[in-house]
Design a protein around this ligand. Structure first.
Ligand code: R5P
Length: 298
């Protein structure tokens, strides 16, 4: 990318902006997000940005508390003369609401995509939850890139787990589980999941007696309530398998989900650093750096 890219963070993600700045020489800009007593917000961009490529980095877990400031930041940058305004969202929210699950509700993944597309010129993220939407371009009207943590997870597994069998809790997970299994030459299984409510999940495990000597490794894109992982851990216990290593790309962990998963019997919980969490063990900043090197937006 030409034209002095300047990266800004709003709510943490400083490890990502620092890694990008170090690897690519981009400047790290300064901004403040001020809340008035009435809880309205003003974003002040303190670094000059006229004619610059501006990139905001904001992971979007707990999105409702972030989105107004983020959109104001993008609009402010444009009005202060930025040439282009891009968004790196290490975790992209609202992707799971990809159909009308109830006749009274809307498809909020589309509404969220429309807002982001109106305020930004481009967006990149890691492993967005693409299930019923097959591509971000189904709902985003700006150029987008869905990057993957697969290679980084495969590297971590090679270094830390002997004799793994990779297990995906549901059909969507086969897209990353099969890929990672191929990368490390390990067997993989995809389970069947039925979600009866926010925290009620049933999974059925196919014949896995042959894997008793293996280390089960559950891999999912999002761990939110952890109900999916917990149901799977319990099924593996019934089948007398070893306690599994649980890997999630995005450590959303609502409430005490992390503690519940540990208590359910996970041997280890490891996540990528798209959302800052004590379980972060797999660094994916290099994935953004590699993509930015190839980005041709002027
Ligand atoms: C949905 O299908 C996703 O891939 C994850 O399985 C899901 O988001 C996990 O959510 P939870 O931790 O609440 O079970």
């Amino acid at each position: 990318m030409k034209n002095n890219p300047i990266v800004f963070t709003l709510f943490g993600n400083n490890d990502c902006s620092d890694a990008i700045s170090q690897a690519l020489g981009y400047s790290v800009g300064k901004l403040t997000v001020h809340s008035f007593p009435d809880e309205e917000t003003v974003v002040r961009i303190l670094t000059p940005i006229q004619h610059a490529q501006v990139i905001f980095i904001s992971t979007l877990d707990r999105p409702n508390s972030k989105i107004v400031s983020l959109l104001f930041a993008a609009k402010t940058a444009r009005e202060l003369g930025a040439a282009k305004v891009g968004l790196i969202a290490p975790y992209l929210a609202y992707m799971r609401q990809d159909k009308q699950f109830d006749q009274h509700e809307g498809i909020t993944s589309k509404y969220f995509a429309e807002m982001i597309s109106e305020y930004f010129d481009w967006m990149m993220t890691i492993d967005p939850h693409l299930h019923r939407w097959h591509s971000l371009s189904n709902i985003y009207s700006i150029p987008t890139q869905a990057l993957h943590a697969n290679a980084r997870i495969a590297e971590w597994l090679k270094q830390h787990v002997t004799n793994p069998v990779l297990i995906g809790p549901d059909s969507e997970s086969s897209q990353w589980v099969s890929e990672i299994a191929k990368m490390i030459n390990a067997p993989s299984l995809i389970l069947r999941k039925v979600r009866a409510g926010d925290k009620q999940v049933h999974v059925s495990v196919p014949q896995i007696a042959a894997y008793k000597e293996y280390t089960p490794v559950l891999v999912d894109d999002i761990i939110s309530t952890a109900a999916t992982m917990i149901a799977t851990v319990k099924q593996l216990q019934v089948l007398n398998l070893k306690p599994p290593v649980c890997i999630g790309v995005h450590a959303v962990f609502a409430g005490v989900a992390y503690e519940n998963l540990l208590q359910a019997g996970a041997a280890q919980i490891v996540t990528c650093n798209t959302i800052a969490h004590v379980s972060n063990g797999i660094d994916v900043n290099s994935v953004f750096i590699a993509a930015l090197k190839l980005l041709l937006i002027d």
